[in-house]
Ligand binder design. Structure first.
Ligand SMILES: [Zn+2]
Length: 297
């Protein structure tokens, strides 16, 4: 199995790292992975993940698929109800940040196409890329949307899009620098890059430590905090315009973390800690379990 190795910090370029935490992949393999921290900027990454050719087996789980396609189980039921609500919230964020009621959108890591469908139904011209063949087939059959394979990102014309969105996708991408360059190239000047990622500086991350579900090793290769994402965007010519909390993620991630801890009353405890995380994020959006960063090109 070929390892994915990180020579230099993608944020600051420093090549010196220190061990941060050992985490178990509770979702699929139950293997242990090491998270390392950059000595220069504090950025964190999964040190012994597999390379792009070999990471596929860590996505092969009934449960991982059920995240997007079935409503089995209480946690998933809640997740699905919330997702429908969030689709509207995401659309409104794209519209308010671009100032456009309809425009040209690219969703990178479009999954099964729910967000593209939401945007298309509201008058947006949409394109998407997605690694999973099954998800692309689902998007075509369910919504009639042709989602492209990830390499298409590098073939879109320069200055094509008013907005590009990555909803919990950036942390999965091996070729981080190449993709950021491409994202900058395909956005129109003044276009918006909207990135949602988990936040390891959140209340729930600090509370659950190695059980925090959003470490999600080895699928999550990169672990961003608000302090690193700003300079990371600037490196590619983006200015951070605004940040937004994703309050429901506080609840979902807390419930899942309790499940990983094999807690009794996992659902109830998850709600309690989710609520604390959410209340914290009301005072400081940068403390939410997941954060949306809106960058302007
Ligand atoms: Zn660094």
């Amino acid at each position: 199995m070929a390892l994915f190795t990180v020579e230099k910090c993608p944020v600051c370029g420093n090549g010196h790292f220190k061990p941060f935490m050992s985490c178990t992949d509770y979702f699929v393999s139950h293997e242990v992975f090491e998270i390392q921290e950059c000595r220069g900027c504090g950025f964190k990454f999964t040190a012994n993940a597999k390379d792009e050719q070999h990471i596929g087996k860590y996505y092969q789980s009934e449960e991982y698929i059920s995240h997007s396609n079935t409503s089995k189980g209480l946690v998933n039921f809640v997740y699905h109800r919330v997702r429908n609500y969030m689709l509207g919230q995401k659309r409104r964020l794209v519209e308010s940040s671009t100032g456009l009621k309809s425009g040209i959108l690219l969703d990178v890591g479009a999954g099964t196409g729910f967000f593209l469908d939401e945007m298309k139904r509201h008058g947006w011209q949409v394109s998407g890329t997605e690694k999973s063949v099954d998800a692309r087939i689902f998007a075509r059959q369910e919504f009639g949307i042709e989602v492209a394979e990830p390499g298409q990102l590098f073939r879109f014309e320069k200055d094509s899009f008013d907005a590009v969105t990555l909803w919990h996708v950036l942390e999965h991408i091996h070729q981080l620098n190449e993709n950021m360059k491409a994202l900058s190239r395909v956005l129109k000047p003044g276009g918006m890059l909207i990135i949602a990622v988990p936040n390891y500086t959140s209340y729930d991350a600090l509370h659950y430590k190695e059980f925090w579900a959003a470490w999600d090793v080895p699928r999550h290769l990169w672990h961003f905090g608000p302090e690193q994402i700003k300079p990371f965007g600037e490196k590619y010519g983006f200015r951070l315009n605004s940040i937004h909390a994703m309050p429901f993620d506080s609840f979902y991630v807390s419930m899942l973390s309790e499940k990983y801890k094999k807690s009794k009353l996992a659902f109830l405890k998850g709600v309690v800690h989710g609520k604390i995380s959410w209340l914290n994020s009301l005072m400081n959006k940068g403390k939410c379990s997941s954060v949306i960063y809106v960058f302007e090109k």
